[in-house]
Design a protein around this ligand. Structure first.
Ligand code: ATP
Ligand code: MG
Ligand code: MG
Length: 546
């Protein structure tokens, strides 16, 4: 069950009071980039509410700006919504309504509610005034209806260049709400549109197009983020003055913001274009496709978004909260395995040369139904470099000369000798093992404090590990400072190690918990049959508490 919130209460009331007898919502992305986790909030809200009230939800591409939009994005957005686990009822393109929008604009002109303006963008901005100062009328504001109709048709026929004319709604140049000071509703753009090609050279502005789109589709509840609150009077004006039959209603909710995360398509696109990341689906990106490639699950993303709640406010959510939910989701699902990220060879000198034995290991101790796996053990294994220290500090319970540790699923081993190269680097450790201490044998003779993971050397599969840190050191959203200066130089670390032979046939997007390291996802792009690539989703421990 999803959390109750003010949007749900509002819809419930609208149905109870018979203000509405059904519910239609929409998710309206502009296809000018990939979806990010902020969009997931809008998706969860719009699809979730439609579903809860037996309503319908439209996926509508808000594609009214030919300069930034592309069908690559259309495809990616559809994939991401489906992957998140949602199905839209109807699919629409705002650009399919261009003729109707044009006709409604003509209607406004005929009613004396819109005019063609020759002022430049800068002049229009100057004339608009400020919060404390009323706006000034354009000298073209009182053109005759006939002249306006003729000029608008000429605009449509391509007789003017970009920026030479605009169509403005005629509302109120002294309104305290600047959005109502004769907003621009059409502009000229000689550009090829991803859907309508070269059919149009004038395009409706968002503030005019969006309410019409909602009205045309019969949307009852148009849910958007709070930055559109000041546009609501204009939204209602457009619906009313364009004489739309169906009247949709806009309600705003707070945006999702996350610590150390940029969430603006413009900035994300900059990271992609400047090759600071490896595409929109780079595992460090907060895009849905990046989170997918990193290994986050749809369940974790949905739970996260639901738990952050829906309100008018938009606080900043700790990114560790998402990590918490992915751990929760994977805990019982992900098989356990062992992998060595920074290998150090260990030779067990008293183990018979050439012998390999198979040991039993649980696939998931927290979910015994997942069964057992068999892993090889022999005279040569790899352990982590950090699990050996020649001169350890106090309370170091791992391997050091003379110390004994447990090898997970195997035996106790004791460090007898350290082999170094000419420069004094440790290259190999020699140990002895005690056959009495075999895991599962019930041995209680003595205790050791450290348990290490390991991989048998002769059958080990070479693997690449990609470890991540936040892409940004500080959250610079909302400031004018160049966010590229905040890039974390350590955001990606690539290491070459080994995994156990049970990992031979791993498939793209399979998720594992590597003992002592964390949860990893099999990278879908760079994994080859010879060498799997594992992306760190999250480490095992966190200070985060819900
Ligand atoms: P951006 O500012 O990142 O470019 P946008 O709002 O321009 O995003 P759209 O494609 O227009 O992107 O967004 C589609 C829907 O997703 C809109 O209704 C928008 O309000 C919503 N949305 C975008 N970002 C967030 C966010 N951080 N939290 C909640 N909803 C969001
Ligand atoms: Mg937008
Ligand atoms: Mg945008």
């Amino acid at each position: 069950m999803e959390n109750s919130n003010f949007l749900r209460s509002l819809i419930k009331k609208d149905l109870e009071t018979k203000k509405r007898d059904h519910v239609v919502t929409r998710f309206p992305p502009e296809p000018n980039g990939y979806l990010h986790i902020g969009h997931a909030k809008s998706i969860v809200i719009n699809f979730g509410l439609a579903n809860d009230f037996n309503g319908k939800v439209n996926l509508r591409f808000d594609d009214t700006n030919p300069l930034k939009e592309d069908s690559e994005y259309v495809k990616a957005i559809k994939e991401d919504i489906e992957w998140l686990g949602y199905k839209w009822d109807d699919l629409f393109f705002a650009s399919d309504y261009f003729q109707e929008m044009y006709d409604r604009a003509v209607l406004l002109i005929k009613k004396g509610k819109a005019y063609v303006d020759d002022l430049s963008q800068e002049e229009i901005r100057e004339y608009r005034g400020t919060l404390t100062e009323p706006g000034k009328d354009s000298p073209y504001r009182n053109r005759s209806i006939e002249e306006n109709l003729k000029l608008f048709e000429q605009m449509r026929n391509g007789e003017f260049g970009n920026g030479e004319r605009v169509l403005r709604a005629k509302i109120d140049m002294s309104s305290p709400n600047i959005n109502l000071r004769d907003p621009i509703i059409y502009r000229i753009a000689h550009a090829t549109h991803h859907n309508t090609g070269d059919a149009w050279c004038i395009y409706p502005m968002y503030a005019f197009a969006h309410p019409l789109e909602d009205a045309i589709e019969g949307v009852t509840h148009s849910l958007c983020t709070t930055e559109f609150e000041d546009q609501r009077p204009l939204y209602n004006w457009v619906v009313a003055e364009c004489e739309m039959e169906h009247i949709p209603e806009q309600t705003e909710f707070g945006r999702l913001n996350i610590t150390n995360t940029v969430m603006s398509k413009r900035k994300l696109k900059q990271l992609v274009d400047e090759k600071i990341v490896d595409g929109w689906d780079d595992p460090r990106m907060p895009t849905i496709s990046g989170l997918r490639r990193r290994g986050y699950t749809p369940e974790a993303i949905r739970t996260f978004v639901n738990e952050t709640g829906v309100s008018k406010g938009s606080g900043e959510v700790d990114s560790q909260m998402l990590d918490y939910f992915v751990r929760e989701d994977l805990k019982l699902k992900a098989p356990r395995t062992m992998g060595i990220i920074r290998p150090l060879k260990v030779v067990i000198t008293n183990y018979p040369e050439g012998q390999v034995e198979m040991l039993d290991a649980e696939i998931n101790p927290e979910n015994p139904e997942m069964g057992m796996r068999q892993i090889p053990f022999s005279r040569e294994i790899y352990i982590e470099q950090e699990d050996f220290m020649e001169n350890p500090p106090k309370k170091y319970f791992r391997l050091f000369p003379g110390n004994e540790v447990r090898l997970k699923h195997a035996y106790f081993i004791k460090c007898e000798d350290v082999i170094k190269d000419e420069e004094g680097n440790v290259i190999e450790i020699h140990c002895t093992y005690d056959p009495e201490t075999k895991s599962g044998s019930g041995f209680t003779g003595r205790k050791v404090k450290g348990t290490l993971h390991w991989v048998e050397a002769s059958q080990a599969i070479p693997a690449e590990f990609r470890l991540y840190e936040p892409l940004l050191l500080n959250n610079e959203e909302g400031t004018e400072k160049n966010f590229l200066e905040q890039i974390n130089p350590q955001s990606l670390q690539v290491l070459q190690g080994f995994v156990e032979p049970t990992m031979k046939d791993v498939q793209a997007q399979e998720k594992f918990q590597f003992f002592r390291h964390g949860y990893f996802n099999v990278d879908p792009k760079d994994t080859t049959p010879e060498k799997p690539v594992f992306n760190l989703i999250v480490s095992l421990k966190s200070s985060f508490k819900l």
